[in-house]
Design a binder for this molecule. Structure first.
Ligand SMILES: [Cu+2]
Length: 342
């Protein structure tokens, strides 16, 4: 069940026959995949965000959280996913925290996002990695003007983004079977990101999805996403510099639980400014940075603002372990949590 699956495109010496078969299958699957769209309904909303919902330092209660936890609830903006036609909010895995919904596609598919700006400011969605036309770039800048519909979505307005997860968005030949990309609002991009308008996209390489309707990669059992970012809540005052993983500080991030024997893929992303030099570190296990097949074995992964990295882990060491940034100042400020192998 937990064996690694390595696909070999050619296994036969009957080259001509094999080539014909592979080409036929390749074109057939491409035709199907290219026609496929994955639709999402996403609203931007104003919320209260609690960086420490447990109300305490869950790693070392006696040490407290001061000054960072003296105030730990702030007004934020978030991307929230809804069912078709903005029916009901779609719950997401608790570990994703402040991150917006995870968008997925298999190489060759389109991602279609129906966006509704339910806030008091113009916003947008700008995706990294995917292929788009100017109208769907989602980035506003003064000289671009009115030609770009999706670059400036006024309060109350809607826009439908169309992005293609083409070959250029999919993992390269020697990479892991899925790639992670950031998306974020890009009207006032610095403020929009600090406000919390951030999410991730996962593109699975053609032939590596679990199925036509399940784009998750089939060579892993579980996936986590972790955003390392210092949110600045008080114009640079130390107590407002929230050194968070997915918007949680001092061990308040829940849900990083795996079963022994599982193959776990971690999507690691960073954002922020020059203080956002992070080194994600796991206790208890090592990882393959870049994926099973080509990875570098390590237990520390370097992240800069807008880094997007994929690492694979064979979870075989039961225990409750720390997962934290290894930068000294960031440890002090609570950029840490626990993860568990059952
Ligand atoms: Cu750090």
């Amino acid at each position: 069940m937990h064996e690694r699956s390595i696909r070999k495109p050619f296994a036969s010496v009957r080259i001509a026959l094999a080539c014909l078969l592979v080409l036929a299958v390749g074109f057939a699957s491409r035709g199907v995949a290219d026609a496929h769209e994955r639709e999402y309904w996403i609203a931007a909303e104003q919320v209260e965000w609690d960086y420490a919902p447990l109300g305490q330092n869950a790693i070392d209660p006696h040490a407290g959280m001061s000054p960072w936890g003296d105030t730990h609830v702030y007004d934020k903006y978030r991307y929230v996913e809804y069912t078709e036609g903005f029916g009901a909010p779609v719950p997401q895995p608790v570990h994703r925290g402040i991150l917006g919904p995870e968008l997925r596609a298999i190489e060759g598919e389109w991602i279609v996002v129906h966006f509704w700006n339910r806030t008091d400011r113009p916003l947008s969605i700008h995706p990294h990695g995917l292929r788009y036309t100017e109208e769907h770039d989602g980035a506003d800048w003064p000289l671009r003007g009115k030609t770009c519909g999706g670059c400036y979505v006024a309060p109350g307005d809607r826009w439908t983004y169309r992005w293609k997860a083409d070959h250029g968005a999919a993992p390269g030949r020697h990479e892991a079977s899925s790639s992670v990309w950031l998306y974020h609002s890009h009207v006032d991009s610095v403020q929009d990101i600090y406000d919390g308008l951030i999410g991730t996209i996962v593109v699975t390489k053609r032939g590596w999805a679990r199925g036509r309707h399940d784009p998750r990669p089939r060579d892993v059992d579980r996936e986590f996403t972790a955003l390392f970012m210092v949110f600045d809540e008080e114009q640079g005052e130390e107590g407002g510099l929230m050194h968070s993983i997915n918007g949680f500080i001092f061990g308040n991030l829940p849900g990083l639980d795996v079963q022994r024997g599982e193959r776990v893929r971690w999507y690691l992303v960073g954002l922020g400014t020059e203080v956002d030099v992070h080194t994600a570190h796991w206790h208890g296990e090592t990882v393959m940075e870049g994926g099973w097949r080509s990875g570098r074995r390590t237990d520390v992964v370097e992240l800069l603002p807008s880094s997007m990295k994929v690492v694979d882990m064979q979870a075989d060491n039961p225990g409750t372990w720390l997962f934290h940034c290894h930068v000294a100042d960031h440890i002090t400020a609570g950029m840490m949590t626990r993860w568990r192998v059952y």
